[in-house]
Design a protein around this ligand. Structure first.
Ligand code: ZN
Length: 197
């Protein structure tokens, strides 16, 4: 068992909290940073900067420097809300230029086994927006994973009683895929071919 200094141990521990980073990758990243102190300092600065400036939009819960964000404050169609899991999924839909409504970011997907229940997501905030009236369609653009599908079905059951049309992206999107990694043309086709849930 190798013992690192306290500061290096702390860096390794923090790196391993990142998605997809295990012990080996953390070591590789840490030594890479140590070899180029200027780059490491720039990284630290940009992290501090982004943390102090970027926040969650109080309306849609996407990431923004201005609250409410531009998707909530620009002139767009108030009658349609596209629901996504993460802020990067919002950008994936936006890249298609096929959707001109508003957005709502759940900040995750239902996963009861991992302790992600509806109260851990921005579901209550979505329902509040819908109860305010004026929304005729909710487009469920959660990922095509087990969790994303379960989330879509759960939301459809919650929303339909409000008399709002609920649609789901067409299944042109490969099963198990994250929206953010699907090319814009495929997302656009899935959006245009969306069907009622
Ligand atoms: Zn917003």
């Amino acid at each position: 068992m190798v013992h690192f200094s306290d500061s290096l141990s702390r860096l390794l521990a923090e790196l391993q909290k990142l998605p997809g980073v295990g012990e080996k990758t953390a070591l590789r990243l840490a030594f890479h940073l140590l070899k180029s102190p200027d780059n490491a300092a720039a990284l630290a600065d940009s992290l501090r900067d982004v943390i102090s400036r970027v926040r969650f939009c109080s309306v849609c819960f996407g990431i923004t420097e201005d609250d409410p964000c531009r998707f909530c404050s620009d002139a767009r169609d108030d009658g349609a809300i596209c629901v996504v899991e993460e802020p990067q999924d919002l950008l994936a839909v936006e890249r298609t230029r096929a959707f001109r409504g508003r957005y709502h970011v759940l900040q995750g997907a239902l996963s009861p086994l991992n302790g992600v229940t509806p109260d851990r997501l921005r579901v209550a905030e979505l329902m509040k927006r819908l109860e305010g009236g004026g929304v005729r369609e909710v487009v469920l653009a959660t990922n095509f994973s087990v969790e994303g599908e379960a989330t879509a079905l759960y939301l459809a059951r919650m929303i339909k009683p409000l008399g709002v049309r609920v649609t789901r992206l067409a299944h042109g999107i490969p099963l198990g895929s994250d929206l953010e990694f699907v090319d814009a043309a495929t997302v656009q086709r899935a959006l245009e071919g969306r069907s009622e849930l």
